[in-house]
Ligand binder design. Structure first.
Ligand SMILES: Nc1ncnc2c1ncn2[C@@H]1O[C@H](COP(=O)(O)OP(=O)(O)OP(=O)(O)O)[C@@H](O)[C@H]1O
Ligand SMILES: [Mg+2]
Length: 263
């Protein structure tokens, strides 16, 4: 075997509860440089929570989160545990750009302004440089002509592509997607799938929560099936979709539609 690429995100034995509800019960996850890891599983299995714990949008109570081999430094323990180093939190968040199901664009800003906002305010880059990069990224996702439009003037697929351009503008080490295509009609979904596939081909490191098994099968190097806060099965897409080992995964896949065409 060749040397495995360096881990960008690593999660070890992570436990996360909301009050008395234990949502993650000891989860391990690793996304190496250039890998695309998909998280699949039924509603409520903990996919979004795991993604949000990875970039510290959620606290976790036990276990480790590592970014580029460096463990998050915590203060306190158990229910009182919090990240202890504000600079580290900012470094991790800016390097793990997140794309949400509902796009989350600023409605009072144009598409170009949306893409420029964080590089200007967080990275403090010069405006002309940021604008040039933003225009290039909007061209790349196929909506260069929409720079001066407001989000409400765009289709869902166009808004999501703007959100992806905005995430890329932070020059992140990895991208985290939470159901990027779930809010879209099928034909708009395909526009976004195409952009995600291009990013995978470029060798971007990505973690993708998705209900779209075809997308997971097409772009992933590794697929993780979460069930009830634990990883029930994981492996390359050929194994997960072509030769599932557990009844739970077989049951899940039999309810997800057109898997007969995948693999
Ligand atoms: N802020 C919160 N407060 C309390 N419970 C929460 C909170 N966020 C999530 N949960 C609960 O945690 C569990 C896992 O939620 P999560 O959103 O991670 O699931 P998911 O796998 O992403 O589901 P879906 O496919 O529906 O998006 C669910 O039971 C949910 O109700
Ligand atoms: Mg979710």
């Amino acid at each position: 075997m060749t040397d495995p690429a360096v881990p960008v995100i690593e999660i070890r034995d992570l436990h996360k509860s909301f009050g008395s509800l234990e949502v993650l019960k000891g989860v391990n996850l690793i996304a190496r440089k250039g890998q695309v890891v998909s998280l699949i599983g039924s509603s409520g299995s903990g996919k979004s929570t795991l993604l949000r714990c990875a970039n510290l949008l959620e606290n976790s109570q036990h276990g480790e989160v590592l970014f580029q081999n460096k463990p998050v430094r915590w203060k306190g323990t158990g229910p009182n545990r919090r990240p202890g180093d504000a600079k580290q939190v900012i470094r991790i968040r800016t390097n793990l750009s997140m794309v949400f199901q509902q796009f989350n664009l600023w409605s009072h800003m144009t598409i170009l302004e949306n893409v420029m906002e964080a590089p200007l305010s967080v990275l403090k880059r010069p405006r002309d440089q940021v604008e040039a990069i933003a225009r290039t990224l909007l061209d790349k996702v196929g909506i260069g002509a929409k720079c001066d439009a407001y989000p409400s003037q765009l289709s869902g697929g166009q808004q999501q592509r703007a959100a992806i351009a905005r995430a890329l503008a932070m020059e992140p080490v990895a991208l985290l997607f939470d159901e990027p295509t779930s809010a879209l009609d099928p034909e708009l979904e395909q526009e976004v799938v195409r952009v995600i596939k291009d990013l995978a081909r470029e060798g971007r490191t990505m973690v993708i929560v998705t209900h779209d098994m075809r997308l997971a099968a097409d772009v992933s190097s590794h697929v993780v099936f979460l069930h009830d806060g634990l990883i029930a099965e994981e492996g390359p897409p050929s194994a997960i979709f072509g030769n599932p080992q557990t009844d739970r995964l077989r049951g899940f896949l039999s309810h997800t539609g057109d898997m007969a065409h995948v693999g």
